[in-house]
Design a protein around this ligand. Sequence first.
Ligand code: AMP
Ligand code: MG
Length: 329
Amino acid sequence: MNTMLFQKEKEIAQSAIVAAMEITRRIQNGFSRGDMLTKADRSPVTIADFTVQAVVCKILNERLGPVAIVGEEDSEALKKSENRELLERILSFASAGQERLTPSQLFALIDLAHSPHGESFWALDPIDGTKGFLRGDQYALALALISGGQVRIGILGCPRLLRSNRGRSSAGFLFSAVKGEGAEALNLATGMSRRIHVSRRRERSLLRMVGSYESSHHDPRTQEKISSLLHLRQAAQKLDGQVKYGIVASGDADLYLRIPNPQTPDYRENIWDHAAGCLLVEEAGGIVTDISGKKLDFSRGTTLNGNSGIMASNGLVHSLLLEAVSHSL
Ligand code: AMP
Ligand code: MG
């Protein structure tokens, strides 16, 4: 694949995520308790997760021809009669402004993200940080093109991200990166796009760390130990989903640490939870590894089963963090 091809693919992926972000904002504003389900693994899924997956699959497929997509959700739960109301809500959001989809059309769109795929495919997390979405907090729409085990394009939509020092915006940010081409952030409130770069901070006491909001997704005790070993002055900022990578890539934080929770030792990170964010930080000049310093390996199926935990940084303080991590474990 050449760069020109990526340009077209990047633009179509961006437009799919922007269209879906518009829908998630509407869903989050009018959210009611009946708009969600609990999955078999006891994690929540909402009408926004299904709607985004359908809309993004539809746009990618229509505009790029048949493409392979690996996505987090499937349509099984929506086929049950007890979820009829939920299905109706998804159909109306997913069909907005167009001819109304039939249930079977919707199921087929959602399940496009489970079609067989070769070595080149899109990885989609329709709502990364569903728990944050439900709390009215941060969440991200994450889409990445993976080819030959490498992330080539990473797009992150962060509808609730504000820039504290640049005025209030309510439309959020769209982060994009293409391998070898750098990273950019589009402020959706102003329409202004800029190249982004990780911070240049090295001074330990000034370093800013981000981590998961959900304590079950990491090891809070060890992470606090590491923060104090590093003499960080500020407590780690807790955020849902890959918004954390966006914040490190744009220099607003210097470190993102995700030590596996000892209570879920068999948990493996999903590729769609990290692919877009990883490329974004790397293309912004940072470094992303697991907690032993190994690069993330996206060539091993739908999980990062060759890696344990995540460390992303501005690069300058990566070895410092690695040292603190190995000292604490
Ligand atoms: P975050 O908000 O960064 O914790 O990311 C949310 C993601 O954490 C979800 O998409 C889940 O796939 C993932 N997740 C769920 N359970 C775990 C776990 N035990 N350890 C690490 N991540 C998890
Ligand atoms: Mg996720």
